[in-house]
Design a protein around this ligand. Structure first.
Ligand SMILES: *Cc1c(COP(=O)(O)O)cnc(C)c1O
Length: 393
């Protein structure tokens, strides 16, 4: 672990993630409660639960014990009172946004936020009377100027194509002073490398499909926050939009989480090795990795995960480079065991208005790598070979 990091959240999380009180029958792994409903012993018990005098799952669209097991681990990891599991990261994001923002209101979002969050903002929210303004989140003055009258400040630090950082403490203080709720997509760092609630963020959202699951076998999401903020999500969106997490997927996530403290340092080390070598490579113009940034937003990160991007010089044929890679498979998503490549040249085609203010400064020579758990020297050999075969003569 890098000495510049004050707290070792990995050491702090290891026991929480590896140790459980015994489950029924002494089982070390929680049962998958594959049931839609839970019955009551009596009229009185049902009436008590419905009136909120006692708690017990009623129906799995609201609560399910396997899902609750996952939610309690994430709440503990994020330093939150409570968490809610969702069927996807996008369900977590849309259910959070719609719980706090309504018709006639405005969101201030950082530019270059996750692509489908951007498309949610551009394609659905205008029909609901909600406006989104995009700002350069790395510039506190730009955020400050945009905030008055907003209902939500939407962050993602770092962003997942350009890896721009935001100063969480400064931005949340600006929002708090105006009573504006701050939310963050913390999928990149995970709670093992950044705990936004400690720095003033109200609600933390994740695509659990990435590092939390970690095996590229599940699409899921989760939201963590104070009891009051999670209550608002429970009262307005969670049961009614119905994007619940399934018990089996919660079980897969619990299984993935146990090795998160082992996987992340490996991703971090390998990604830093590749990023450093790219930085010194003659065919690379810049490397977008938070480790190389001087932005104060870096101070809330206690480590770096394995996703970053770089820009190649214009004598590199990007499609040929992509096709020449053998170990890096061509595909979206990240955070799993396998290394992946996404050329911005292809992904920009998903957003016809690319390089508007919402999608800013993404060069078509940007290539994003997800560094998996393979041997780092094998990965580097693959990258080096791809450069050789993709250089225009
Ligand atoms: C993948 C991703 C999401 C969306 O999550 P899904 O689980 O795919 O719905 C949100 N934010 C970021 C940064 C992501 O990479």
């Amino acid at each position: 672990m890098n000495s510049e990091f004050e707290r070792d959240f990995i050491a702090e999380a290891a026991t929480l993630l590896a140790h459980d009180e015994p489950f029924p029958g002494g089982a070390v792994v929680p049962p998958i409660y594959q049931t839609s409903l839970f019955t009551f012993d009596s009229y009185a018990e049902m009436a008590d639960v419905f009136a909120g005098r006692s708690t017990k799952p009623i129906y799995s669209r609201g609560n399910n014990p396997t899902v609750m097991e996952f939610e309690s681990k994430i709440a503990a990891l994020e330093g939150a009172d409570a968490a809610r599991g969702f069927s996807s990261g996008m369900a977590a994001i849309s259910s959070t946004v719609l719980a706090f923002v309504g018709a006639g209101q405005r969101i201030v979002a950082i530019r270059n936020c996750y692509g489908d969050a951007y498309r949610l903002f551009e394609r659905l929210l205008p029909h609901l009377g909600i406006k989104v303004d995009y700002v350069d989140g790395s510039d506190p003055d730009a955020v400050k100027a945009a905030l008055p009258g907003a209902a939500m400040l939407y962050l993602e630090s770092p962003t997942s194509m350009m890896f721009e950082l935001q100063d969480l403490e400064v931005l949340t203080a600006l929002a708090k002073a105006q009573g504006i709720v701050t939310v963050i997509d913390n999928s990149w760092a995970t709670p093992l490398f950044q705990k936004p609630i400690l720095h003033g963020v109200d609600v933390v959202m994740h695509s659990a499909s990435k590092y939390l699951g970690g095996h590229s076998d599940t699409v899921a999401g989760v939201v963590a926050g104070s009891a009051e903020h999670i209550r608002r999500i429970n009262e307005r969106t969670y049961p009614y939009l119905g994007a619940k997490l399934s018990p089996f997927e919660a079980w897969l996530l619990l299984r993935g989480l146990r090795t998160l403290p082992l996987r992340l340092p490996h991703h971090m080390k390998s990604a830093l090795t590749i990023a450093e070598r790219l930085k010194g490579h003659g065919h690379v113009e810049r490397v977008n990795h938070p480790a190389f940034s001087n932005h104060p937003g870096k101070k809330t990160l206690t480590g770096y995960s394995g996703l970053f991007s770089f820009e190649v010089t214009d004598d590199i044929d990007v499609p040929a480079f992509t096709d020449a890679l053998k170990l890096f498979r061509i595909g979206v998503s990240w955070g799993g065991h396998e290394s992946l490549v996404v050329p911005a040249l292809a992904s920009l085609q998903q957003t016809p208005d690319a390089n508007s203010i919402g999608r800013f400064g993404v060069s078509p020579r940007t290539i994003r790598l997800n560094i998996g758990l393979e041997n780092v020297e094998d990965l580097w050999a693959d990258v080096s070979r791809a450069f050789e075969s993709a250089t225009r003569k």
